[in-house]
Ligand binder design. Sequence first.
Ligand code: LRH
Length: 496
Amino acid sequence: SRQTAVLAFDLGAGSGRAFIGEWIKDEGTPPKLEMQEIHRFPNQAIHVGDHLHWDILRLLHEVKTGIRYAYHAGYQPESIGIDTWGVDFGLLDVNGELLGNPYHYRDRQTEGKIEEVTERIGAVELYQQTGLQNMPFNTIYQLYAMSQSRSVQLGVARHLLMISDLLAYLLTGRRAIEYTMATTTQLFHPSKRVWNTSLMDALSIPSRLFSEPIQPGDTIGPLTANVCEELGVAPIDVIAAAHDTALAVVAVPAGDEPFAYLVCGTWNVLGTELAEPLINADTARLAFSNEGGAFGTIQLLKTLMGLWIIQECKREWEEGGNAISYAELALQARKAPAFVSFINPDDLRFYPPHGMVGRIQAFCQETGQHVPVSEGEVMRCVIESLALRYRYTLEELELVTGSRFGGLHMVGGGIQNELLCQLTASAIGRPVWVGPTEASVIGNMLTQLIASGKCQNLADARRLVKGSFPVTVYEPQIDVPWEEAYERFILLLGEV
Ligand code: LRH
């Protein structure tokens, strides 16, 4: 058999993971991808003074540890890919030194900045030029906030790198900004596919920071001699992976037909793959993003509240002395009565950390609903609301694209929540096809395999996913009054 090993790092807001992917080709059978977990580590946001930061040096350390572990486990990967969440960045000075710790996208410096920027640019113009949903944490608002507060770092910075680019730079010494990550900044022109320097000028964001993006699969460079010596490894090439969301879509086991997907993690990203951006009055009104996908695709999507609410509730209960597992929470949610109270999960009040249970209760109180108290009641309320929100967004997606999707592909860590998958199928009244879980990791591996010629293209890569990982189908339950629940939920979206 012929074998190739690649090493993929996928860093999310809660944890980072390293996996070895082995591409295996035996005589007479289609190739297969097998994966092996090498390392897993927490990613912890840190409050410093008034700000919330990522601990970038700890993350660098963990990535190095992952490389070392891969060697210890007997692998000699051909290449390494690192992917992370979007929008966040590090700034380098003229000597290439990192200026400070990157801000966390939940840092409060961006509060009110959507309103200020919209005031300056105009809502219609802003969407026309960026094709992106206005999320308060988008890079544009972070940089605008820094510029407004006369950030010294911003004043002396020469280069901006997104978090994945930054980690690659700290390992290789090569500065490159990858295209799909660039498209999460809201400073990139979606159809011209260049940096929007006039928008930067209008907001006093220095355009000198941004270099021409490279594409997923392009080589960034080999590990530096220092890193090789420190880790006792060969100068392996680091390959540009892509935005974690873009990579998760690469790993959706879809065929040739248009498909809808939900990437389920701390965030939920619901969308469809297109060849060209779709920017019109409907996509503007409904706030759909045109993010760059891997291999020339455009991802028309909406970033929705994800499992963050559940993660925060769990943490709060734990801190209150009630250490309860996800499995136990799911069990209690199953037992709790259905359709009692709903929240609008995308209400901005649910974005910041701490006090989540109280905020859910306040929402229910303000909207005249039963206030959930037990863990099971709170979970039931959140999971049903997420499922109803998916239906709402899927219908919006169908409205703007004119497609009717036969079902929904669900990928990402959140699909381990079986109740969420089942309730989603029921809420949308169609099947959901669930898997794979480690979609971003797999997409990362596929990008490396396309770069080395083992996979021909995106369609070929998706065939490899289908041949290598199982998909679970959830059918909608029809004996439950979802329609009535959905009507109540829609009323609620307008209310707060
Ligand atoms: C998901 C994600 C999403 C957004 C958010 C900040 O991990 O990348 O697409 O960009 O993080």
